[in-house]
Design a protein around this ligand. Structure first.
Ligand SMILES: [Zn+2]
Ligand SMILES: [Zn+2]
Ligand SMILES: [Zn+2]
Length: 372
């Protein structure tokens, strides 16, 4: 059913058939035996993989593999896959319903009038209590507006809301760490490096900057990356209907290319950032010349730069790389309090010799600046 929907959907938007990683994950993470890793085309009896009755996202291929299935598919793994299946399903239904790849976004309604440091908030439930009291209502209302056969769309919308909030909250938390007068700043400029679809489609969530920081009037966001093609909203005031009457603005600009090229443009030079942000860049795996050039430029700019990684391992090798380059480390590698909540699947991570590696959107974070 899901696959059928993906096909229908890709026909509707022929120019970008499998552009969204959320949707394409159904195609790439195809059925395979959890025990011997064979796909159904590699077994003796094609089309006969048996699914786990709970998550239906893990399979065994034969009676032999079936006997060992529970050893390779733990209860924890199954629960995580149930969450993945739940949000993937809703994302697909949402995309079909709205005929758009836009990510589902539920934001706080009201700009705050008093600054409350994010560092004083313990985690997501504390955040809902103190900052986002309308969370339950807003998410269940949104769930009702989506045409879906999902058995529990509200819980999926809640997970997706938390997942989408990872972007603005990680940015705010980093600014609190490195900008001493953050609570009284009325202008902020952010450069997003290697901006990918998650940041570009989730850019509306950055309205939370205006809502969280009562003194902030002007938020300017610059996205640079190969996927950051120019958009019709460039330079427009994207602030919400509650913020605009208060004279506040949030603008986005895009540079389709590398950050080190962008950094040379007049636009970048005229808009020196307060924070540079690179989320889940995977730079240590790529280790390309291009990333090295970008890192050199960031180092020379001497601006605080927040980076996040999907896994601890990835974060560790990035910090090692930064240290070799002589970066000043302002915040060492640590768990991100505002990480994503939906486990990411990746066949390489899942088959590491030490067992499955937990990976979340912006799971770990660190902040560097200039030279040590
Ligand atoms: Zn098997
Ligand atoms: Zn399962
Ligand atoms: Zn607003």
């Amino acid at each position: 059913m899901q696959q059928l929907q993906v096909q229908m959907f890709s026909q509707q938007t022929a120019e970008q058939p499998y552009g969204d990683p959320w949707i394409s994950s159904y195609l790439y993470d195809a059925e395979k035996c959890e025990v011997c890793f064979r796909t159904r085309f590699q077994t003796d009896s094609p089309a006969r993989l048996s699914p786990c009755s709970h998550c239906r996202l893990a399979w065994w291929c034969s009676p032999e593999c079936g006997k060992d299935f529970s050893k390779f598919h733990s209860k924890k793994h199954c629960e995580e896959l149930q969450i993945i299946a739940s949000v993937d399903r809703l994302e697909v239904d949402y995309a079909i319903d709205r005929k758009s790849f836009r990510h589902l976004m539920v934001r706080t309604d009201e700009p705050r009038t008093i600054y409350m440091p994010l560092s004083s908030i313990k985690g997501w439930s504390d955040y809902c209590e103190k900052v986002f009291p309308e969370f339950d209502y807003a998410t269940s209302f949104t769930a009702q507006t989506i045409k879906t056969y999902h058995p529990d769309p509200t819980s999926a919308v809640r997970l997706l809301t938390m997942e989408a909030s990872c972007f603005p909250l990680s940015v705010i938390a980093a600014m609190e760490d490195v900008i001493t007068n953050i609570s009284t700043r009325n202008r902020l400029c952010i450069h997003v490096v290697g901006a990918a679809s998650r940041e570009l489609q989730g850019k509306g969530m950055l309205e939370e900057l205006l809502h969280f920081l009562p003194k902030l009037r002007v938020a300017r966001i610059f996205f640079a990356g190969p996927e950051a093609e120019d958009h019709q909203d460039t330079g427009k005031n994207l602030a919400c209907e509650r913020c605009i009457p208060k004279g506040r603005s949030r603008t986005c600009s895009y540079y389709e290319g590398t950050y080190h090229d962008f950094a040379r443009t007049k636009e970048a030079l005229d808009n020196r950032p307060d924070l540079i942000v690179g989320l889940n860049t995977g730079m240590s795996e790529i280790q390309s010349d291009s990333w090295m050039k970008t890192l050199r430029v960031i180092q020379d700019m001497d601006i605080p730069a927040l980076f996040t990684a999907y896994t601890k391992k990835e974060g560790e090798s990035e910090i090692a790389l930064m240290t070799r380059m002589g970066f000043g480390i302002r915040k060492g590698l640590e768990l991100n309090k505002w990480k994503g909540v939906v486990l990411k699947t990746n066949n390489y991570w899942n088959t590491d010799k030490d067992g499955p590696i937990a990976s979340y959107n912006s799971y770990y974070r660190y902040i560097v600046q200039g030279r040590a």
